[in-house]
Design a protein around this ligand. Sequence first.
Ligand code: SF4
Length: 233
Amino acid sequence: MSPITLSIGGFTPFTTLDYPDHLAAIIFCQGCVWRCHYCHNPHLLDWQAPTTYTWEQIDQFLQRRRQLLEAVVFSGGEPTLQKGLIDAVQRVRELGFRVGLHTAGIYPHRLSELLPYLHWVGLDIKAPFTQYEKITGVAGSDKHPLESVKRLIASGLPYEVRTTLLPYFLTEQDLLELAESLAKLGVQHYVLQNCRVEHALDPSLRKLTGSQPVIGETLLEQIRAWIPHTVVR
Ligand code: SF4
């Protein structure tokens, strides 16, 4: 097998939160072409930034943890930005782990290539598809996530679709519009995530710490009318 080329900006050796019901390690892949206001890993955005970890280090760690960890999650940044991801995913499977992917669905063709090797996907959908730019800062950024939702649902793979509740950017009407769109695309597992603003890319969001609105029960029930399995995290 040829050497695995993956730019790795961070690594968490043990988590119970990032792969449903499994003990996992997370590999944070370097680089993303979007600039979401709430991005809480701004140091991972520059794909050319020097990185701390080599694949060989990660591989050796995983070999030592075969009996202790159950899963490995590729997160980021946007993992599917990197062509080397598929080799890394295949290697992790070869080591005997389940493989999860966190993605914003920016590269649907790469997602399609990866799907046969994955066990679970967490797909971030950031806003109603008509309003993507106001979150990502990139014109036309709605098309690829929309395609990724379709491909993920069609694959039959376990998944969750997640939306971050961003104060002042997403209204109740936006969330209802999005829930309707997702339901019509066949989404059945939906997570609303409270925004972690402490390290947000947009400095104006950082002062909102501790003052974020919690989604109300009435709105939650309205969203569940579209997608019954909706949870808030
Ligand atoms: S939140 Fe995700 S998609 Fe948005 S800029 Fe950060 S890494 Fe990229």
